[in-house]
Ligand binder design. Structure first.
Ligand code: HXC
Length: 517
């Protein structure tokens, strides 16, 4: 190559490196220090913590803001792809040191670019959110940028897994993109989410509220249900994102990866035979049943603090990923409530979208009666659960542990709603309602007229129990496939899961279903 060409090329390369360095420096040392002082990692440090070492490939480092005069290195967001446990993921990581990670038109364009590539290639999208929302200086262009991101969140929903980590003070549009994704993970120390901050709340409602009280991670974990998982800081949140993705396929076209285990498929569980107390009023820890049954006792519970009367989460059985839904008889007697229905329905739909079979453990007396639940729309919300189970085409396995009454029997994955295999423990009872309620309804007059109402009532309760308080009536009618020794629950589930591996179920043509929202 001639000398002058070489010199020219060296000059161009030096200029390119200079521009790259500028793009990568973020908002400068002072703002980086502020980020670290707040206990947060920078956008790039977060990607290092999230991805397998040395796998990050950056795209769009030279993108500049639309608005002249704005100094926004890298446009305030780092985008590209890398690997988690050797599997490709697309990522964006907002840089709070650059204009508060605010979203302008080109910032949005960078995010949209990786979302498009992820959807086309069939790979998950992980967004690390740390943003003050729409960039004020860009006006409607910033709003338009959000529109483009939201549209992709919706259109790629169910196509590839979308996971959001909320690692900073996310406001306005910065909360709706995570809300449109499959999972929201929050950092307790730095993540907050609200539509409008405490100042606006005070101006409009006169209420004084702190940032944490309004939109801290614990609020979203316990009360609003917005957060699926909460961890203490950036690193622990990012470790959870890695863990979560191990249960999901890269796209709806794939299967979740198998996990190798030494846990024997037919491991017996003698402890389960005694876990359910003979007194139906005595509750027991359903989580212990789940942990005993699944591979290596590893259960990743999702939304553990929200609607605690229902338990949902991921595990493996014989190496296959499964989603688990279970009543918790220790909370509100395991009844189904508005929030529990939303939580379970959403989880079942997520599993179905990504080919994760659903295993349901049942101990439920019904939907929670009461004015607050009725007026809050338990009919509308409970319908989501019925819809989600009926709609799901993934393998569905049900284990009736104890009570399974009324509408909740149907809502917890019954045979009629499409369960592939229904198992029951000998302690199971399937009926329209419990014995006390049934005796009162059916024999009210006899009880009232009797010289000894308490004894008469007890006799009717006993009669009812003899008839319905066992699984054999339902098994006799074919609603239960097998009544099993609780100690063999794991062996049965692993075997049936393997049998259902090739399951295909077609639905009639439609544009899309109309889930009750
Ligand atoms: C541009 C912004 C910005 C914004 C903050 N900055 N918000 N720049 N657009 N929206 C800049 C600040 O000027 C500052 O720049 C830097 O980001 C850091 O901000 P600080 O306020 O110093 O940080 P902190 O004290 O940590 O407070 C963070 C914050 C606060 C809570 C997020 O900045 C805030 O309330 N911002 C406004 C949030 C908001 O209302 N956004 C618009 C939402 S409306 P320097 O140069 O000093 O570092 C929206 C519409 C979409 O998003 C709706 C779709 C449904």
């Amino acid at each position: 190559m001639p000398d002058d060409t070489l010199a020219w090329m060296n000059e161009l390369t030096a200029d390119m490196e200079e521009r790259r360095k500028r793009a990568q420096r973020g908002g400068g040392p002072e703002r980086v220090k502020r980020q670290h002082d707040a206990g947060k990692l920078t956008a790039r440090e977060r990607l290092d913590a999230l991805l397998d070492d040395g796998t990050f490939v950056e795209l769009g480092a030279f993108v500049e803001p639309n608005e002249r005069g704005l100094d926004a290195p890298g446009e305030g967001v780092v985008t590209g792809y890398g690997e988690i446990d050797g599997r490709r993921v697309f990522v964006f990581s907002q840089d709070f040191t650059v204009l508060g990670g605010s979203l302008g038109k080109m910032h949005a364009a960078k995010i949209c670019r990786v979302m498009d590539l992820a959807a086309r290639g069939g790979f998950p999208i992980v967004g690390l959110n740390d943003s003050a929302g729409a960039r004020i200086q860009e006006g409607v262009d910033a709003l338009s940028g959000y529109g483009e991101v939201f549209a992709r969140n919706a259109n790629y929903s169910g196509v590839v897994p979308q996971v959001s980590a909320v690692l900073g003070p996310c406001a306005g549009g910065a909360v709706y993109s995570p809300a449109l994704t499959d999972f929201v993970l929050m950092s307790r120390s730095s993540g907050t989410m609200f539509i409008t901050g405490p100042d606006v709340v005070k101006a409009v409602t006169k209420q004084t509220v702190s940032v944490q009280e309004l939109g801290g991670a614990d609020v979203h974990a316990r009360l609003s249900g917005v957060a699926h998982l909460v961890e203490d800081d950036d690193r622990t949140v990012l470790a959870r994102v890695r863990e979560l993705l191990a249960y999901l396929p890269s796209s709806a076209r794939g299967q979740p990866p198998r996990r190798t285990t030494r846990d024997p498929d037919d491991r017996r569980l003698p402890q389960l035979a005694t876990i359910v107390h003979p007194d139906p009023q005595r509750a027991y820890p359903m989580r212990e049943v789940i942990v005993a049954v699944v591979d290596d006792g590893r259960f990743l519970e999702i939304q553990p603090e929200f609607a605690r009367n229902i338990v949902v989460g991921f595990a493996h059985l014989g190496g296959r990923a499964v989603g688990i839904v279970a009543n918790d008889p220790r909370q509100l007697a395991g009844t189904l409530t508005i929030d529990a229905s939303d939580k379970a329905a959403r989880f079942v739909r997520t599993c179905d979208a990504f080919n994760v079979p659903v295993v349901t453990f049942v101990d439920v007396t019904g939907f929670l009666p009461g004015v607050a639940q009725e007026h809050g729309g338990i009919i509308r919300h409970g319908a989501k659960m019925l819809y989600a189970y009926a709609e799901a085409t993934v393998p569905k396995l049900t284990v009736i542990v104890r009570k399974s009454y009324g509408g909740a029997y149907l809502a917890m994955s019954s045979r009629d709603m499409g369960a592939d295999v229904v198992l029951a423990w000998p302690t199971a009872a399937v009926a329209v309602m419990g014995a006390d309620g049934a005796a009162n309804v059916l024999h009210k007059r006899e009880i009232e007229k009797s010289s000894d109402p308490a004894a008469t009532r007890a006799r009717f309760v006993e009669d009812y129990r003899r008839e319905f308080d066992h699984p054999f009536k339902a098994a006799g009618r074919g609603y239960i496939d097998d009544v099993i020794d609780p100690a063999d629950t794991r062996a049965h589930l692993v075997r049936h899961l393997a049998m259902l591996e090739g399951k295909r179920e077609e639905r009639p043509f439609r544009k899309h279903g109309n889930v009750p929202l």
